[in-house]
Structure formats: structure tokens, C-alpha cells
Ligand binder design. Structure first.
Ligand code: ATP
Ligand code: MG
Length: 180
């Protein structure tokens, strides 16, 4: 499984539809300060169901909607679609590609879609469960969190790496069976 593409429209600084395609392997996003690099990772967090405006570096959830610039007025809806390549069927769905969409209107109304069909946040969480992707894993590390990780104790750092690598669940299982 890997990130296939990300499409933003009306999300933070991305007023116009912006489509990014990723290949397997490493992708690096570069650009000057304030050009929107962190907004790209915010979009990935958001589409995967992030509910905290603070985690998205805003005051209120509405702050994810493009609020206008000197050149143009605000928009009324933010939309992000993340396409995951599932040809290895690591996600428990029959499709080779899973497109997750989140949309939010200024009225506060919000909706999720999976492969263009209306879905609940719960459905998305179920699909991502055990994949290592998702809001409570360490698959996305923010700029501020990096310092915390570097200055953490070796034991804490180790458990973080184990979680990211998906081996902490095996460790828990092993400990459980050793107790028997
Ligand atoms: P750095 O290199 O400093 O980390 P960056 O490339 O990560 O910068 P971002 O933090 O992604 O930059 O982008 C910040 C820009 O996004 C700011 O110019 C800010 O005004 C703009 N921005 C954030 N939210 C919105 C919004 N809702 N509407 C319009 N612009 C927004
Ligand atoms: Mg940044």
C-alpha cells in the first residue's frame, strides 16, 4: 500500500484544484517558507479524519477552508481526496485503489466518501485500522513533534519506532502469550 495521489481544492492555501501524483518510494516536497508544504501534510491528516483544529495548526475547523488572498476572495468549501494504492490488498477492501474524500462547507456541514460513495468517518477508520496510517499513529510527524522525539528518552523513542514499523502489536501479542 502506498499514497497514489492527493487532490486539494479550497483547502488552506490551495484555492484551485491541485493534483499531486506520488510514485512508490520516497517523495520530497520542497519550497520556500510559507509556500504550503505543511498544508499538504495537514491535508493528509484532515482527509484521514483529524478532528482537532489545533493539530491542523488552526483555531477552528473552518480555518482549513481557503480564506482568500490579496488576489481573490474566499471559497465556501474545502475538499481533499487521497488515493491509496491497494494492489497488495493490505487494506481490507476488494478495490485495488481506495479514494478517501473529505469535504467541509463553511456552514460546518461535512461529509466523507470512499470511492465516491458516501461513507462515515467510522468506515474510514475501519479501513485504515491496522494499516499504520491514521490519526493516532506516528505515520505523520509534525515539525514541532520532531524536536520532542529527538529529545525523548531512548525507551520512548524505541516504542515510537516500533509503533511506526507496525511491530508493537506483535510485541503485545508475544507478551500476552508469555504470560499464559
Ligand atoms: P515553512 O517552510 O515555514 O514550514 P510551509 O511551506 O510549511 O512553510 P505552510 O505552513 O504549509 O508553509 O503554509 C502557510 C501558508 O498557508 C500561509 O501563507 C497561510 O496564510 C496560508 N494559509 C493557511 N491557511 C489558509 C487558509 N485557510 N486560506 C488561505 N491561506 C491559508
Ligand atoms: Mg512547514
Amino acid at each position: 500500500m502506498y499514497l497514489r495521489s492527493l487532490t486539494l481544492k479550497g483547502f488552506k492555501s490551495f484555492a484551485d484544484r491541485t493534483h499531486m501524483v506520488f510514485d512508490p518510494g520516497l517523495t520530497v516536497v520542497v519550497g520556500p517558507n510559507g509556500s504550503g508544504k505543511s498544508n499538504v501534510s495537514d491535508a493528509i491528516l484532515w482527509v484521514l479524519g483529524e478532528q482537532s483544529a489545533k493539530q491542523l495548526r488552526g483555531q477552528a475547523m473552518e480555518d482549513v477552508i481557503f480564506s482568500g488572498s490579496s488576489a481573490r476572495g474566499p471559497v465556501s468549501v474545502a475538499e481533499v481526496t487521497l488515493v491509496l494504492d491497494n494492489s497488495d490488498h493490505r487494506l481490507p477492501v476488494d478495490f485495488d485503489e481506495v479514494a478517501v474524500t473529505r469535504r467541509m462547507y463553511r456552514s460546518g456541514e461535512s461529509e466523507y466518501l470512499v470511492n465516491a460513495a458516501p461513507a462515515r468517518l467510522r468506515d474510514i477508520q475501519d479501513i485504515l485500522h491496522d494499516s499504520g496510517l491514521g490519526k493516532d499513529t506516528h505515520s505523520i510527524i509534525s515539525q514541532g513533534k520532531l524536536d520532542a522525539i529527538l529529545s525523548s528518552r531512548p525507551e520512548e523513542r524505541r516504542s515510537l519506532i516500533e509503533e511506526a514499523a507496525g511491530i508493537s502489536k506483535h510485541r503485545r501479542r508475544k507478551e500476552r502469550s508469555m504470560r499464559r
